[in-house]
Design a protein around this ligand. Structure first.
Ligand SMILES: Cc1cc2nc3c(=O)[nH]c(=O)nc-3n(C[C@H](O)[C@H](O)[C@H](O)COP(=O)(O)OP(=O)(O)OC[C@H]3O[C@@H](n4cnc5c(N)ncnc54)[C@H](O)[C@@H]3O)c2cc1C
Length: 679
């Protein structure tokens, strides 16, 4: 417990004293003592280093990028933020990345993209001949950008048009951008800094055959002068709505030659005389990014909810007659706007930790090579389906929570110093990069629907993570009906959660069935495969992906609760019951359509009553529940969310000390009331 410093006393004490559990114990449920120790050291270091101090004025684009770059160098040179054992200790890497993300997403993106991401690509897709690049990266002599997206194509990667044609005579690939629409764009660190790119291009052998997208190590700038090489045109994409410490750029190649060896050739190569050879495909790499991005939502939810819950606990408006004003957190409506996201934060955190662990087990199994290939294929499919769900879900949950939190803080929430603007704008990009959310989510339903088609000859328990084993009992679930007693008033939270899980089993089975039937109907009406798939997305396939994933969220958090200290279990069950009920309620139209509800709406009333009860039970715990997640004030960087709850003192100090706040405007002479009259 000494690891976790006490919180300063102030107006939040009222709620902290009401908590039914020890918040430090809760923190230890969320993070191990080792992780807390690593994070504490990093927090202290960054808080004390001059380069990490928050500027007291808005920076220009160039200043912001320069500062972020200098900070990145500081990170790389720090034994605390970048210790020697970082790559051997993935957990340490995760914790330190989280600390950096809490501080600034641009810094994390720069640090990851320029050096770590290419290192991963070389280890995963490269071979011995690329060792020189790894050495240069380790010596910090070069830096990379990752170039996949083109001006006219992003999600549809098959349609990308950058070409890499092999030339036997010079033993090189000739990279070419046919026109501006095929220019690579959005690549982070490309605008001003990267010396090399990992370029995805269509590989053509001299016989004119296209072998699809391959990855090419491409030097684009002189690392010393930062001038692009002849044959390469680069331009910067300019200011964005967030992540402005990062320089996203556009690049075009004009018959630009790179050595044959620069092809990352683990999954496919071209011989000196121009023959294409492909030894095998490595399935272990493709999920890594999305698994990691799932955790990004946790960071943004943490920041937004720390600010809004603490502020709501001290902000007073209205009250019963003659009894003074009450904190806005006391209003059930305010609780309903914030607590489901608080429960979502707990659920998402536990899910993303488990997903990372399971992904790591999968990758180790692939590398070990001794596992049954069917087992690996099933494991890989499950990880893929889950990460294609959880990356969008986490970005969207954070997006919605940040907006609700901003509004929950009223006008003051709109101040830049409240912090929501930066969280919102930086989180926004998570919904698009590493796969647009809506496009990605389709992969989860595609997989589920393919399983459904094969349901009569499949044993669903063969999937190692157990996320679809209930499909074995699809007949039982499809016959399920809610009775007027379902979710009855006397149900305990554990039983509520179980009923929600059963409801999700019904929902997934029914959505699989209904989507497949719709597809059959469209097929018999003469629609082609493409149209059939698209016409089943809105009310069916999209919801199917959500239902599948939400059920896994609940199941995995339930596992975590059972491992928690008994003193924490009641508040955790409450959170999970609230999460489950509010999410179950969002699928009501399917229950009506699919006949789960027959006639009476009493079950919905029961659910609403339970939600109202849970909100009031979570209220006394709410501040401590968010304290267990909250970063130090320096990292939250919000006048509304400090741990001492002294909101108005912090606002006063910030406003008074902001440059120019109490002086006359420099243009004051032109702002005097001497507007010429037309009269
Ligand atoms: C901050 C940031 C950093 C980035 N960094 C990089 C980087 O380093 N390297 C890189 O290569 N790229 C990068 N990107 C690009 C990013 O990966 C792409 O923007 C993303 O893959 C989406 O592609 P798109 O922009 O072409 O969207 P589109 O594919 O054009 O999608 C546009 C809209 O159409 C919808 N849509 C598309 N297809 C379908 C469909 N089949 N069904 C239903 N709806 C559909 C999408 O949901 C979306 O709403 C970055 C983007 C951002 C914002």
């Amino acid at each position: 417990m000494d690891l976790i410093p006490d919180l300063p006393s102030g107006p939040l004490d009222v709620y902290r004293k009401q908590a039914s559990f020890n918040w430090k114990k809760m923190k230890l449920f969320l993070e191990s003592p080792e992780d807390i120790e690593i994070a504490n050291e990093a927090f202290k270091y960054m808080e004390e280093e001059p380069i990490f101090q928050h500027p007291d004025r808005d920076l220009t684009l160039e200043e912001e990028r320069h500062l972020t770059f200098q900070r990145m160098k500081k990170v790389y040179n720090s034994d605390i933020l970048y210790p020697d054992d970082l790559f051997m200790n993935r957990n340490k890497h995760r914790v330190l990345n989280n600390v950096i993300s809490l501080y600034d997403w641009s810094l994390l993106a720069r640090k990851s993209l320029l050096i770590e991401f290419p290192m991963g690509a070389f280890l995963g897709l490269g071979t011995d001949r690329h060792r020189k690049f790894i050495n240069s990266l380790m010596n910090r002599e070069i830096g990379f950008a990752f170039c996949l997206t083109e001006i006219s194509h992003g999600s549809n990667t098959k349609a990308l048009r950058t070409e890499a044609r092999y030339d036997i005579e010079s033993e090189s690939f000739i990279l070419h951008t046919p026109d501006f629409e095929a220019a690579k764009c959005w690549a982070g660190c490309l605008g001003k800094t990267a010396s090399h790119c990992l370029v995805f291009a269509q590989l053509y052998t001299p016989d004119g055959v296209c072998h699809g997208l391959h990855n090419f190590v491409t030097p684009v700038r002189d690392p010393q002068t930062l001038q692009p090489y002849p044959g390469v045109t680069i331009f910067d994409m300019g200011a964005k709505i967030g992540l402005n410490g990062m320089d996203n750029g556009v690049i075009m190649f004009n018959h630009y030659k790179i050595p044959r060896e620069n092809l990352l050739n683990k999954t496919g190569d071209v011989t000196v005389d121009g023959k294409y050879v492909s030894p095998f495909k490595d399935p272990s790499k493709r999920f890594e990014g999305r698994v990691g991005i799932t955790e990004f939502g946790v960071i943004n939810l943490t920041k937004a909810l720390t600010i809004s819950i603490r502020y709501s606990a001290v902000r007073r408006q209205f009250g019963p007659e003659n009894q003074g004003e009450i904190p806005v957190l006391e209003y059930p409506l305010q609780q309903y706007r914030l607590f489901p996201y608080l429960s979502g934060l707990y659920v998402l955190h536990c899910f993303s930790v488990k997903l990372k662990d399971r992904n790591m087990s999968f990758r180790l199994a692939v590398m070990g090579g001794s596992e049954d290939p069917d087992y690996l294929a099933n494991f890989g499919q499950e990880i893929h389906a889950l990460s294609c769900f959880s990356k969008p879900y986490s970005g969207w949950m954070a997006r919605d929570a940040v907006q609700e939190s901003r509004e929950a803080c009223g006008g003051h929430g709109y101040l830049k110093a409240a912090g929501f603007g930066k969280i919102r704008n930086d989180n926004d990009a998570n919904c698009t990069y590493e796969g647009d959310n809506n496009v990605l989510l389709q992969q989860t339903s595609n997989w589920l629907l393919s399983l459904w088609v094969a349901r009569q000859r499949t044993d669903f328990t063969r999937f190692p993570m157990g996320t679809v084993s209930y499909l074995n009992q699809y007949n039982k679930y499809l016959n399920m009906k809610w009775s007027s007693d379902t979710f009855n008033r006397n149900l305990k939270d554990e039983d509520i959660i179980q009923t929600c899980l059963d409801t999700y089993c019904w929902l997934v089975c029914w959505l699989c069935k209904a989507t497949s039937q719709d597809m059959e109907t469209l097929k018999s009406s003469g629609k082609n495969k493409f149209d059939i798939k698209n016409n089943c997305q809105i009310f069916r396939a999209h919801n199917l992906s959500l239902a599948y994933g939400e059920r896994v969220f609940i199941t995995w958090f339930l596992e975590s609760i059972k491992e928690a200290d008994v003193s924490l279990q009641i508040p955790l069950y409450r959170l999970l019951a609230l999460f489950s009920l509010t999410r179950v309620l969002k699928h009501v139209s399917s229950y009506v359509e699919g006949g789960l509800i027959n006639g009476e709406n009493v079950v919905i009333t029961n659910i609403e009553e339970h939600i109202t009860r849970l909100l009031s039970e979570i209220l006394p715990d709410s501040v401590s529940l968010i304290d267990a997640f909250a970063p130090p004030d320096f990292f939250l960087n919000s006048v509304l969310g400090n741990a001492d709850g002294r909101v108005y003192e912090h606002m006063y100090r910030k406003m008074l000390t902001s440059p120019g706040s109490v002086t006359r405007d420099t243009n004051w002479q032109e702002m005097r009331y001497n507007i010429p009259s037309k009269l």
